[in-house]
Design a protein around this ligand. Sequence first.
Ligand SMILES: *Cc1c(COP(=O)(O)O)cnc(C)c1O
Length: 388
Amino acid sequence: MSTREQANKAGFETRAIHAGYEPDPTTGAVIPPIFATSTYKQDGVGGLRGGYEYSRSANPTRTALEGNLAALEEGERAFAFASGLAAEDTLIRTVCAPGDHVVIPDDAYGGTFRLFDKVALRWGVEHSSAPVSDVDAVRAAIRPGTTRFVWLETPTNPLLNIGDIEALAAAAHDAGALLVVDNTFASPYLQQPLTLGADVVVHSTTKYCGGHSDVVGGALVVRDLELAEKVAFHQNSMGAVAGPFDAWLVLRGLKTLGVRMDRHCDNAERVVDFLSAHPSVGQVIYPGLETHPGHQTAARQMRRFGGIVSFRVNGGEAQALQVCERADVFTLGESLGGVESLIEHPARMTHASVAGTDLEVPADLIRLSVGIETADDLLADLERALGG
Ligand SMILES: *Cc1c(COP(=O)(O)O)cnc(C)c1O
């Protein structure tokens, strides 16, 4: 049995802490060193020690991270990139050629939409969008013979819509396409798409995987060895790899992913209860709410419901902007998934690039990335910001 198979048999937290790295044989270092080296001494021409020749192709710190991520997502192999979008771009060019087509969520992450709409399209890769919660609409958007993949986010950003991973994998596979799941919002602790039939998992490791808002990174995790070899070729050929310092930070973050996610979820549940009872709040959007249309599906495929909460205020855009600016413990900023709570106005900030398109988000919407601070302090801050 390989180390990976052994690691996959262990529980999630054990894998998070141990998979991908054995203590260094020469020093016993328990944590992988940051291998700040571009090249490696060869023992005679082509005599590589451990397969390393040049750090774009492979670097031991990155290898440790990639092994860890593969174990956490239960994939065949993982690949670490300089950002989530670098991972996405590499995947698009691995799988698609001019004339091909993809189906994307109608409320995709703004940067993902921009990559498809402003970059991939210029290179001849077309896209259609469909709501992730509607399997029939996704099936209808697929163009048999030219659709290479169905791109799924679940929960979506910022509206937290839920797609049924098993049903969408079947829809994609019936048409000879792959199912790609951006698992950034759930993280591998809450949801493992490859075990539900997905072919590729995408991460912005910038978010929950890194978890401390101190690194930008991305990853692809692949279920099938043949596709993994193509991704490996493109990772090296395109070169958008994670550097060793960044790989080390993400690996350190992953060790505490389970305990962090549980606290993110605990605090998000407190915030949801608080907002649901607040007179200035119109609608609270959280897949853990039984009234959420995707609740049943989320309960089936997720361990818990995550740390992101969106809500609409009764006072329109002006009040939404005011709440964002008045909050204090919730820091006004883009991104998500760090230990600190963040608040943002998607229409003006993260989703400004989809204004005026079908993907536009409501102007009275606020998105919270609920951190792991003391919950009472978060509720007091929201009370103040809402003008209570
Ligand atoms: C942030 C994010 C991305 C892009 O990742 P970067 O690391 O910023 O390039 C992709 N998908 C989702 C869901 C994200 O939140």
